[in-house]
Unconditional design. Structure first.
Length: 202
């Protein structure tokens, strides 16, 4: 069976820098005098996407103690993410020959929100999130878990905007497709490079 596995952020959702272009601007626009350490926020974010803390707790741990303000920040953060306009037509084209799955580093409640907003569950044969699997890309463990869940004798194509994630996927024999939205320092060379989801129709 041929399966195309899509990443979420930076691939079918246009924004891939969830912290620097997403969460931080939202927090700082609501609390302009706050000083946030990017490294510390990233560390907390990894705990968040592993499902160890809720969104409310994650925002609270950024020293946003006011519950009403935290709720406003959560709403603005969740609603900033937009589905790539090419995803649905590309999905409709690919589904004739491939099954499709999703593999994402994301929290449970953010995934549930986006899945409902964009009607995503019906589009994927299987969905795999870091919060559910308790491990994150690019660690090998998450790819092993996906392989076991999908079974043997599959031809897997993985579309991701992060070269480090694709490098790990290649270790397991997956065909790698880089959704190049930004240049990266990683030297890994993927099997294919695209700059638009439309190119998956080729």
């Amino acid at each position: 069976m041929k399966i195309v596995i899509f990443d979420l952020f930076g691939t079918i959702i246009t924004e891939g820098n969830v912290i620097s272009n997403g969460l931080l601007p939202v927090v700082l626009s609501n609390v302009p005098d706050k000083e946030l350490n990017l490294a510390a926020v990233k560390k907390n974010y990894n705990t968040y996407v592993l499902g160890k803390v809720s969104t409310a707790r994650f925002i609270h741990d950024l020293s946003v103690k006011d519950k009403k303000l935290a709720k406003k920040i959560k709403s603005e953060f969740f609603n900033m993410f937009e589905l790539d306009k090419d995803f649905v037509p590309v999905y409709n084209y690919l589904k004739r020959k491939y099954r499709m799955a999703l593999l994402s580093n994301t929290s449970s409640d953010l995934w549930v929100f986006l899945a409902k907003k964009y009607n995503l569950p019906k589009k994927f044969y299987k969905t795999f999130t870091s919060a559910k699997l308790k491990t994150i890309k690019p660690k090998y463990k998450i790819y092993r878990m996906v392989n076991r869940a999908l079974g043997k004798n599959n031809e897997l194509y993985f579309v991701d905007d992060r070269l480090e994630n694709l490098k790990s996927a290649k270790h397991f024999g997956w065909k790698t497709i880089w959704m190049k939205r930004l240049s990266q320092d990683e030297r890994f060379k993927p099997d294919y490079t695209i700059t638009s989801l439309r190119q998956l129709k080729r």
